[in-house]
Design a protein around this ligand. Structure first.
Ligand SMILES: Cc1ncc(COP(=O)(O)O)c(C=O)c1O
Length: 384
């Protein structure tokens, strides 16, 4: 019982939450109240300076020229594809091991998702498999920076250039991630972000954005999010109401100033987990690609006996999650693609063994130690 993680684990404690936003919200409460007060005073709830201020700041953060704020990451993916004006039935390559919204964006734009399996070491799309999925109908690639780790963008951009394809980054889990010093969001034709509250940069509700350095695309995205209208009640094209509220933008503007610090705290926790778990039999810790800054939206390990780990976690009051329990091609919603079991072996193998451990900036060292202790206990019990 000499290890600190063992000592802290022996005492009865509150549950270790998978995610808890309360401390973060509390720490910024006064600033949130100040902007809320000002906004209520002006009552400019839609559009205005709060929206353009955040958009400017987030575009700059991502090293892009433009940011078009939207009401969710799903809306961002949907509009990014609509903005490309692809002919119906165009094929768009993406990853099957993502949140379903990545594929939904493709489908809602009238295109067909074509999945490419993951690289077993990083869980991101395997660039070696992309070219064989390209057909004369392929128009775009949507790499997902899964769990906060950039996809291998150098290879992906090279393939896209060779085949004249657009690249839309799904950066919904990767605010502030980098590859060779370049920010996620600045690689593709466009990049999509989610500001769902639990994301590394999260709103006080739903939110999202597309960033781009292409002026024409930015203009089209602005039209599409606002009923195809530049001037009120005059509609150039058909669009949606996909705008993001001024209040969310004002809150996001404040939270953006803390993002790098929060990301560094996540990275510190991930390194601590790595150091303490790397030698545990039956546990594979996440691998970070050379040159990548992984911002650990999620810390996902592979375990030999997941049911046992979940049981031990439950006994210790430790919450965990699975991202994702069913790959997109195996979801009933995509049954019409006819992609049976075995279509994407790496994704399917990882789906059966992954488990996401608690990670968020305010997770204490004591809580981290309790997670480590429980995982070690589970590994011991499975006698691997
Ligand atoms: C990879 C990925 N893509 C898309 C989305 C969709 O974002 P939202 O929930 O804001 O619609 C999410 C968010 O959960 C995500 O993790």
């Amino acid at each position: 019982m000499s290890q600190p993680e063992e000592q802290s684990a022996t005492r009865l404690k509150d549950p270790v939450p998978f995610f808890d936003l309360r401390l973060q919200t509390e720490s910024l409460r006064d600033r949130f109240m100040e902007v809320t007060e000002a906004l209520f005073k002006s009552s400019a709830f839609i559009g205005g300076a709060a929206v353009s201020d955040f958009e400017e700041a987030f575009a700059e953060y991502c090293s892009t020229k433009y940011c078009v704020s939207l009401h969710s990451g799903t809306a961002a993916l949907h509009l990014a594809l609509m903005a490309l004006e692809l002919e119906p039935g165009s094929e768009v390559i993406t990853a099957p091991n993502s949140f379903i919204a990545t594929a939904e964006g493709i489908s809602f734009a009238g295109c067909k998702p074509v999945f490419v399996d993951a690289d077993e070491s990083t869980f991101n799309i395997d660039p070696d498999l992309i070219e064989r999925a390209i057909t004369p109908r392929t128009r775009a690639i949507i790499p997902v920076h899964l769990y906060g780790q950039p996809a291998p963008m150098d290879r992906i951009l090279e393939i896209a250039r060779k085949h004249n394809l657009a690249v839309i980054e799904d950066a919904c889990q990767a605010h502030g991630a980098e590859l060779h010093g370049r920010r996620a969001g600045s690689f593709g034709t466009m990049a999509c972000f989610s500001f769902y509250p639990s994301k590394n940069l999260g709103a006080a509700g739903d939110g999202g954005a597309v960033v781009t350095s292409d002026e024409k695309l930015a203009e089209r995205l602005r039209l599409l999010r606002n009923h195809g209208s530049k001037v009120k009640y005059y509609h150039d094209i058909l669009g949606h109401n996909f705008r993001l509220d001024a209040l969310q933008c004002a809150i996001l503007r404040i939270k953006l100033t803390e993002l790098n610090r929060w990301n560094n705290q996540r990275i510190e926790i991930a390194w601590y987990y790595n150091a303490k778990l790397a030698d545990v039999p039956g546990v594979i810790v996440p691998e970070t690609m050379d040159g990548a800054k992984h911002v650990f939206h999620l810390y996902v390990v592979r375990v030999k006996d997941r049911a046992l780990v979940q049981q031990v976690f439950a006994n210790h009051g430790i919450q965990s999650a699975i991202h994702y329990p069913v790959p997109i091609h195996r979801q009933p919603a995509y049954a019409d693609l006819g992609l049976g079991e075995g279509s994407f072996p790496v994704t399917e193998r990882m789906t059966d063994s992954i488990i996401s451990l608690p990670i968020f900036p305010e997770l204490t060292r004591e809580q981290q130690d309790r997670v480590i202790y429980a995982l070690r206990e589970a590994a011991g019990a499975s006698r691997v």
